[in-house]
Design a protein around this ligand. Structure first.
Ligand code: UTP
Length: 474
């Protein structure tokens, strides 16, 4: 770039930045070569500074969570295992099975998070979690999807959401693993957007002298990314009417469970969410509530302790329903919402973000210095027609990998134990004994659920022998 072009570009950028008091971003402009200047310019020109300013100013005028919590109750929830009669359960299962058989179901896996608490230097999906096999989170999810499709002789396409920090490595890994046997044409990996972060004065932060700090725009970024990437169009073209949604860090997700799918479809629900009974009033899960007939979620960080601890007359927790980020969406609903601008709000998270200061020095803050902006997928709930919630026992469907040891909860060891405990129970339900202390793991391709395992054991008496050593059934 000639020096004329450079100064022309700089003045264009200044005219964008100055009205928003963000000119500091160009502080190190002269130190950059022309390629780096162009890169920084492209980054700046892609931001919506009006939106950023609005989000920053919103600090005192956002939702009044306490007022909402005051009026909140929990919407009626059904537990599929306790359906009033077996016939209702069978009807839901059959409806779900029909949808799967007809190829009307897809699977979204969000895998764009950075796993900072886990301290794993790769996309979280590459984390080895199989308690005996050491298979990765990605492998478990792929096998769950394939097992469900095989069960009904159909295809369940997978849509994996990555983010700029996880995208390339995810694709390389999945190719290396040969897509775990899935036809690559039935897997779409799409990348979510990013947002800059601001300091407590609303100034955007630099991660390098020539680069603005950005981070993924939250799992709610899925809505826009599905649309932009063509994944939504692919669903429509394939006739996918319902999409099951799970997050990569919970290997217990009951992927495309037929009864849940059928219950959702038979209820005419546009969005169905699985919940657990919270084990602790302050458990770090979104609180599913209803106010004036609108089902919505208050994130744990937005719910004051006073309301989190509130009990009913019988002493049980009033806001008992914790979201486990497992949902089923009607594809049509995604389409409707993606046509609506600003259909989801941004949430603010206070975080520590290392940055480059005006003198060009890198600063590692010791306390939270930045506000990140993220969208949450559950914010689609209030807009969904006939939204319903369904309770699951966490032992059957929820144990997420979040933290590195020695944290008290949600570490890889906790999750491995939960997988082994669940699979031991499936064997016990099929009258197969598992010796104390023995770890068992079942590949979803061996049996996707307790019912399928029982059928397999009934058909093959050799499988009914007691299990006396650690075993991976695959
Ligand atoms: P979390 O925010 O709990 O986990 O996201 P994380 O980002 O993996 O880990 P931390 O917070 O940095 O320690 C829950 C799920 O949502 C996905 C994650 O991949 C995970 O499956 N997610 C989160 C996204 O896909 N994009 C995001 O921007 C944020």
């Amino acid at each position: 770039m000639t020096s004329d072009l450079t100064s022309q570009l700089k003045s264009t950028l200044e005219s964008v930045l100055a009205p928003h008091h963000q000119s500091h971003v160009l502080k190190h402009w002269e130190k950059l070569d022309s390629a780096a200047q162009q890169k920084l310019a492209d980054q700046i020109l892609a931001f919506d500074f009006d939106q950023l300013a609005r989000l920053f100013r919103q600090q005192d005028t956002g939702t009044h969570w306490d007022e909402l919590a005051e009026k909140a109750s929990v919407p009626p929830a059904i537990t599929l295992a306790d359906f009033a009669d077996a016939a209702s359960h069978d009807a839901a299962w059959q409806a779900g099975a029909d949808l799967l058989r007809q190829g009307k179901v897809g699977m979204i896996i969000t895998a764009g998070g950075q796993g900072s608490r886990l301290g794993f230097d790769h996309p979280k999906g590459m984390f080895p979690i199989g308690p005996v096999s050491d298979v990765t989170l990605f492998q478990i999810f792929f096998e769950k999807v394939m097992a469900r499709a095989n069960q009904f002789g159909s295809v369940v396409p997978i849509y994996i959401m990555t983010s700029p920090p996880t995208h390339d490595e995810t694709i390389v890994f999945l190719k290396e693993q040969n897509w775990f046997g899935m036809n690559p044409e039935d897997v779409q990996v799409f990348c979510q957007g990013v947002m800059p972060a601001v300091d407590h004065n609303g100034k955007i932060l630099l991660s390098e002298v020539g680069e603005v700090f950005v981070s993924p725009d939250g799992h709610g970024g899925a809505l826009l990314a599905l649309e932009k990437s063509g994944a939504l169009a692919d669903m429509q073209q394939r006739g996918v009417e319902h999409v099951f949604y799970g997050q990569i860090d919970n290997p217990l997700v009951q992927v495309c469970a037929p009864a849940l799918l059928g219950y959702h479809a038979n209820s005419g629900s546009e969005m169905t969410s699985q919940v657990v009974r919270k084990s602790d009033p302050l458990q770090k899960v979104g609180n599913v509530i209803t106010v004036d007939g609108v089902v919505q979620i208050i994130e744990y960080s937005d719910l004051s302790e006073q309301y989190a601890r509130e009990t009913t007359a019988d002493g049980s927790l009033k806001l008992w329903a914790g979201s486990i980020a497992v949902h089923i969406f009607k594809t049509e609903f995604f389409q409707r919402m993606s046509d609506t601008t600003d259909s989801m709000p941004f949430h603010r998270a206070h975080k520590k973000v290392a940055f480059i200061d005006d003198s060009g020095q890198r600063v590692e803050p010791e306390t939270n210095n930045a506000i990140k902006f993220e969208k949450f997928i559950f914010d689609l709930l209030p807009a969904a027609n006939h939204a319903i919630i369904c309770e699951v026992d966490p032992a059957d469907g929820f144990c997420a990998v979040k933290n590195a040891p020695p944290a008290a909860a949600e570490t890889p060891d906790h999750v491995k134990q939960a997988i082994s405990a669940l699979h031991t129970r499936w064997f016990n339900e099929a009258h197969v004994q598992v010796a104390d202390g023995v770890i068992v793991e079942i590949s979803p391709l061996f049996a996707p659920d307790a019912k399928a395992l029982k059928e397999k054991i009934d058909a093959d008496p050799a499988l009914a022998a007691p299990i006396t050593k650690n075993t991976y059934f695959n």
